[in-house]
Design a protein around this ligand. Structure first.
Ligand SMILES: Cc1ncc(COP(=O)(O)O)c(C=O)c1O
Length: 382
């Protein structure tokens, strides 16, 4: 079955976070959802539920637990038990639960930088001491500075955050890289909180996603893995996410706010997730092909623009563009003035960068790249 990713869908007037923030002449390529309709099977499942008409309190469906277990086994050879799965309304609440409940107030955490802002934000709001561990470019990939990491551990370190695949930066961490992080966590007796929301958006064929918890029983026992179909199947507005936690003690601590400050997913989130996992493999493959085309276009065009550079994007639909060579004080504002709204790198800890969301129709992306190109040309006065 063919799927259409090319026809633009009007999103203004639908309360879209991405589309309502800027004036109509700005192309918004910032917050991480895509401009693609969710898969037909997801929309059908939501419609069936709406047609039933009762939207009462809902228990996490056993069928969805089964679908998660089947998926983890099939994709990663990772055997998950039903009671390891804790459903939450989003990955972001999961990050904040981890920071608050898996560390004591006097304990310390390690967090990569640059990274999706809620990893660090969760520690700031929980008032936990933490060290930012830089990612460095090595052979064209953003990877952990392992020497820095080794020196950053303290006696009271308790939590290690990981974002795999990495947002921003697009790295799919290898089994070897993850094994070294897991060994480090074991050496210092750290809990790992691994945000794996981008695990299904793998653009480089032959580079598999490896959940860090799937490496070994030891890694599994110290890891909280945060997962959601929201990103890959594009329904974050009907969100559903879950944590996979083998260790019962960690699970109890993580779940302390369950049904209280953090709500369960909505019935539509459960329906969407079940349909996505059961029925939407072919849609996902088609979307990945389309995104690969967009990724290749972005990489080609950015490489030809003076003052801009970016690493190859292995996963995610997010390009992490180093604009420090432009010599402008605020690259985000500079591009905004030229009609493209990207995410400011400062949001992730790197002010010289911008993050471009290429999860959009190719024609719109081409138009945005033309604007970025004209913003990157040296001015006539030099
Ligand atoms: C790494 C990462 N984690 C979490 C989220 C958001 O998760 P959720 O919408 O499920 O709260 C995003 C969204 O961009 C993300 O990139």
């Amino acid at each position: 079955m063919g799927f259409d990713f090319d026809t633009p869908v009007e999103r203004r007037g639908t309360w879209s976070t991405r589309w309502e923030r800027y004036p109509a002449d700005v192309i918004p390529l910032w917050v991480a959802d895509t401009d693609f309709r969710a898969p037909p099977a997801v929309l059908a499942a939501i419609s069936r539920r709406a047609a039933h008409g009762i939207l009462g309190y809902t228990t996490p469906p056993a069928e969805l637990r089964d679908a998660v277990i089947e998926r983890m086994q099939r994709l990663y050879g990772w055997q998950v038990a039903p009671d390891w799965i804790v459903f939450v309304s989003g990955v972001v609440p999961g990050l904040h639960l981890a920071a608050r409940h898996l560390t004591r107030p006097d304990e310390h955490a390690l967090v990569p930088t640059p990274v999706y802002h809620h990893l660090k934000r969760s520690l700031e709001l929980a008032r936990r001491a933490h060290t930012d561990v830089p990612l460095v470019l090595s052979e064209g990939r953003w990877v952990w500075d392992e020497a820095f990491l080794a020196a950053a551990a303290k006696p009271d370190s308790r939590l290690l955050f990981l974002c795999n695949p990495q947002n921003p930066g697009g790295t799919i961490f290898t089994r070897g890289e993850l094994a070294r992080l897991a060994a480090f966590a074991e050496q210092h007796d750290l809990v790992i909180c691994s945000d794996e929301i981008h695990a299904d958006i793998l653009l480089d064929k032959g580079k598999p996603h490896v959940p860090i918890a799937s490496l070994s029983r030891e890694a599994s026992r110290r890891t909280v893995t945060l997962v959601s179909p929201n990103k890959a199947f594009n329904f974050p507005g009907a969100g559903c996410a879950f944590a996979v936690i083998e260790n019962a003690e960690l699970r109890r601590a993580f779940s302390a706010d369950h049904h209280a400050t953090v709500h369960d997913p909505s019935v539509f989130g459960y329906e969407a997730s079940l349909a996505a996992y059961r029925e939407c493999g072919d849609w996902l493959e088609a979307q990945l092909d389309y995104l690969r085309g967009n990724r290749d276009l972005v990489e080609r065009e950015i490489a030809a623009m003076p003052g801009l550079k970016m690493a190859h994007v292995e996963a995610t639909y997010l390009a992490w563009i180093d604009a420090s060579g432009l010599g402008v004080p605020d690259p985000y504002r500079h591009f905004l003035k030229h009609g493209v709204a990207m995410s400011p790198g400062a949001q992730f800890g790197a002010p010289g960068f911008v993050r471009l969301n290429f999860g959009t129709q190719r024609s719109r992306l081409e138009q945005a790249l033309k604007r970025i190109s004209s913003a990157s040309r040296p001015s006539p006065r030099g």
